[in-house]
Design a protein around this ligand. Structure first.
Ligand SMILES: Nc1ncnc2c1ncn2[C@@H]1O[C@H](COP(=O)(O)OP(=O)(O)OP(=O)(O)O)[C@@H](O)[C@H]1O
Ligand SMILES: [Mg+2]
Length: 323
């Protein structure tokens, strides 16, 4: 559905400054996949989506989307895709239903077909009762659902969503996700989206692409990324006097690293937590070291990012925003 090779985009900001927003991204997306693109502010996510949706041209490299080249066949690409941008697409004074019909007409549907499609989408996204409301009167979550509907009017097989859930409360986020997943089933769509919510990417996407400084630094299932790059963390509570002894045992676990003692807790990162924990407890008991508590912490995608870049995604975000 998507294939890019060394896709690159520079922005010449002034005579002395060029921003290398996207630096040689090679990415393949198969039909039916749901891919989440993660990365701190300024990583190049939106720029990549804008190239794939033909809104801007690449500086170098190639991309085919839905079988067409983004540079030489932008018209064909646009007819095959839907795009919901980072801001709001819909005009504020229009009524939600009219906005959708208008969008359908722009995409070449006749009025009757546009109306039929609008009815269908309003229904699917639970907006039917709000069709007569002005866009400016909708809540953030309702408006974002309308944005998604706007991207779907012409029944694209491929949908790009740039931060669909940003700014929504947890309930609206969950609700929007429900709708996205349902749409995907109903229309057998391929979806590429960006998000800043790691938990969302973790639980909803089958595949996570991590972008940093314009490059793909990881691309796999969330599960694989977490176990390969971060591993699990074991935390054992022992009497402070026993910390050195238990640390020595922890060092011997397969793949053990980052063995640290904080207070009366020993923390160690291992490849397979559920297997390593009983082994460590048994070893401790054999040496007469009482273990008061034990936990396995599964890694998060933030641990993955930390492991890859040496900085936490949250930290990178804050820096990006301040810059
Ligand atoms: N039109 C432009 N002119 C100059 N620089 C730009 C332009 N668009 C983007 N950039 C720069 O390119 C880099 C990547 O921006 P982009 O919008 O792709 O990031 P992003 O990953 O979408 O970030 P965010 O999470 O904040 O949306 C940033 O440094 C940004 O300032
Ligand atoms: Mg962006």
């Amino acid at each position: 559905m998507i294939s890019t090779r060394e896709l690159t985009r520079d922005f010449v900001v002034s005579r002395t400054e060029t921003v290398h927003a996207v630096r040689g991204i090679s990415l393949d997306v198969q039909p039916g996949e749901l891919v989440a693109v993660l990365g701190p502010n300024g990583a190049g996510k939106t720029t990549t989506l804008r190239m794939l949706t033909t809104l801007i041209g690449p500086t170098a490299g190639t991309a085919t989307v839905a079988g067409y080249d983004v540079t030489t066949q932008p018209g064909q690409v646009r007819r095959k895709i839907g795009y919901v941008g980072q801001g709001n697409g819909a005009g504020h004074h229009q009524r939600a239903g009219d906005e959708l019909v208008g969008q359908g007409v722009i995409y070449g549907l006749d009025r009757r077909a546009a109306k039929r499609r609008t009815g269908e989408l309003l229904e699917a996204l639970e907006l039917t009762e709000l069709a007569g409301r002005k866009v400016s009167e909708l809540s953030g979550g309702q408006r974002r659902r309308l944005d998604v509907a706007m991207g779907l009017v012409h029944a694209p097989k491929l949908l790009f969503l740039d931060e669909p859930s940003t700014g929504l409360d947890p309930q609206n986020r969950a609700n929007l996700w429900d709708h996205i997943l349902r749409m995907r089933e109903q229309y057998a769509m391929t979806i590429v989206l960006t998000t800043h919510y790691l938990d969302e990417a973790d639980s909803m996407a089958e595949r996570v692409v991590v972008v940093d400084h314009g490059e793909v630094i990881a691309d796999d299932t969330a599960e694989a990324l977490k176990s390969r790059l971060a591993g699990d963390r074991l935390a054992l509570t022992v009497a402070p006097g026993n910390l050195p002894a238990i640390a020595a045992l922890a060092e011997k676990l397969p793949g053990a690293k980052e063995v640290v003692a904080v207070g009366d807790e020993l923390s160690v990162r291992v490849a397979d937590g559920p297997a390593a924990l009983p082994a460590l407890i048994t070893a401790a008991q054999e040496r007469g070291i009482p273990v008061a508590g034990a936990q396995v912490h599964r890694p998060t995608l933030d641990d993955v990012f930390l492991n890859l870049t040496g900085r936490s995604l949250r930290e990178a975000e804050t820096n990006g925003k301040a810059a």
